[in-house]
Design a binder for this molecule. Structure first.
Ligand SMILES: Nc1ncnc2c1ncn2[C@@H]1O[C@H](COP(=O)(O)OP(=O)(O)OP(=O)(O)O)[C@@H](O)[C@H]1O
Ligand SMILES: [Mg+2]
Length: 287
């Protein structure tokens, strides 16, 4: 049994109207505990719709989602349980900060879990420290924070629920490269510290490349599923799904075409650097 099992999941928006749209189409997916799963796909392929089912925020038109073998839609209690166990950080979560203070915003989830005041306080402080948000900010209005701080506060609010699964929709969108790296490191550190599962929706192939497993969506279905090296090796199919390879793989391809003798599987900057440096040993200058 997997931690999350999607069975025949189907979601049709605006059913029975001229705007009817099948966003998820009889999709099956098993997600193991402790995995870092990257969900990629062209805009409109159904990624956000899919993740909105993982914590019962959207109801399927058909099919269901099992969490630890239990149908998350079976009862109100099951839906509530899923909402706490699967923490979803939506795209640009900083726009969803609505409490008067940063502290109250981070405490919102744990408060809903009806925890003791002491436990809520512990979780708020721990989650804020984890995302690198200073306690000096606790009494400020979330509106006064910088963009990066707002993002951290929003993520801290989800971490404070201590979920087993953390789902993030484009968590690094709009961040500069340093902010992006910092956030990714924190997310991976959360996974290592908690033993949790991460599902990461991203358009950034260099981020996708850092996941253990990649699931590629197209028109509400899964078209590729496997470790990044296998998914990126299917480059023609990826292009057919409107996706591209990581930049390092592109550069490697251009160098190969220019006659540079590089190995086939190069997807990261580190792999590319290593391959270029090893050319020196072969006596060939790369360019
Ligand atoms: N509330 C809605 N009402 C009607 N159609 C919708 C709604 N939300 C999404 N859709 C449609 O469902 C399909 C899937 O949308 P979804 O937002 O899940 O895609 P996505 O993969 O997350 O895209 P993006 O990469 O742009 O975020 C799209 O065709 C979209 O236009
Ligand atoms: Mg989306």
């Amino acid at each position: 049994m997997s931690l999350l099992e999607l069975r025949g999941l189907t979601h049709v928006y605006s059913r029975g109207t001229p705007f009817e749209k099948t966003a998820i189409d009889h999709l099956d997916l098993d997600i193991e505990a402790g995995q870092t799963l990257g969900l990629i796909g062209h805009t409109g392929s159904g990624k956000s719709t899919l993740i909105s089912h993982l914590n019962a925020l959207l109801k399927p038109t058909e099919g269901t989602v099992l969490f630890n073998g239990e149908d998350i839609y079976a009862t109100k209690a099951a839906m509530r349980h899923a909402r706490f166990r699967v923490g979803v950080v939506f795209q640009y979560p900083e726009y969803q900060l609505f409490e008067e203070t940063v502290y109250a915003d981070i405490a919102y989830g744990p408060k809903n879990q009806r925890l003791s005041q002491q436990e809520i306080d512990r979780r708020v402080r721990e989650a804020a420290a984890f995302v690198g948000l200073s306690e000096d900010q606790f009494d400020r209005s979330p509106l006064e924070l910088s963009g990066g701080q707002k993002r951290r506060a929003a993520i801290a609010g989800v971490l404070a629920m201590e979920p087993e699964v953390l789902v993030l929709d484009e968590p690094t969108a709009g961040l500069d490269p340093a902010g992006r790296e910092d956030l990714l490191e924190k997310l991976f550190a959360w996974k290592d510290a908690s033993g949790g599962t991460i599902i990461l929706v991203t358009h950034d192939m260099s981020i996708a490349n850092r996941c253990q497993r990649l699931v590629v969506m197209e028109s509400g279905r899964i078209v590729l599923d496997g470790p990044p090296e296998l998914v990126f090796a299917a480059s023609e199919q990826l292009r057919g799904s409107g996706l591209d390879l990581p930049a390092a793989a592109h550069i490697a391809g251009l160098l190969r075409r220019a006659g540079v003798d590089l190995p086939a599987a190069i997807y990261t900057v580190d792999q590319l650097a290593e391959a270029i440096l090893s050319l020196r040993g072969k006596g060939g200058a790369p360019c």
